[in-house]
Design a protein around this ligand. Sequence first.
Ligand code: PAF
Length: 305
Amino acid sequence: MAVCRCKTPLSAKKTRVMIILRTVNDVRDYVSSERGRGASIGLVPTMGALHDGHLSLVEKAVAENATVIVSVFVNPTQFNNPEDLATYPRKEEDDFRLLAGAGASAVFAPTVEEMYPGGPEAQEPHLFDLGQAAEVMEGKYRPGHFQGVAQVVSLLFRIVQPDRAYFGEKDFQQIAVIRNMVKSEGIKVDIIACPIKRADDGLALSSRNALLTPEQRKIAPEIHAALKYSMDYSHSHSVKATHDTVVERLDAIPELRVEYFEIVDARTLAPVDEWEESPWIVGCITVYCGKVRLIDNIAYRIPKA
Ligand code: PAF
């Protein structure tokens, strides 16, 4: 076990100590000692290259749990494209500094070998029951992606045994799929969905934004701008017209290419044809900006509290 000492942004005098865990056994020992002192445990699973979106999850977890463990692991089994895996940004030192500053108690940053002894291919095949939610959108365009997400998240849940786990709503579909996985595997954990964090120009924060060229970075906020515009538009137009206006507006920009845009029931992720079909309707989009795949979403209808 190693420790990372870091000044918090709140006070120049305060120094936080964050424990760095590299092995499954280290995590188990740490969790059992934290449980021994009666601590509740929050887990924030990440693939690193952290930004303010991740830090907002950590801050929420810190407010709601005595002990917060953040995992930093680029999970190879959820990448269906080897180039995407190879170019995924990795910034371990910066990540640790940011996590200590945000008040994480410990970071779990294992190797691939530690998570998948003998390599990912050597694992017992286990197909998760992820329901219909995993078949649409990302499930259609990234075959095997959600099985890989379910594999690593269920493994993390079994190692850490958190009371609560925190995920960002940018990956709206991922949260629905993880909820299904937790149910079908009988894992006891509260899944906490946290709002999307955006840059000042509206671009949803994402580790992949680091891969954009300065020119692409200026164009990428058009994705959120089109979604925002379509929100007003949806009040006087059909679902199909709202869909088409978003796709036409974005595809007209040479650097952008919409992979899919689906307007769905937020609970089932099944496409809707009419606004009256569900009290909770979300539009989920994936757009290539050059070679960088960006995702975002917007809620068109939200149930009244
Ligand atoms: O959202 C992510 O960063 C990843 O899919 C997750 C949940 C950390 C699993 O690798």
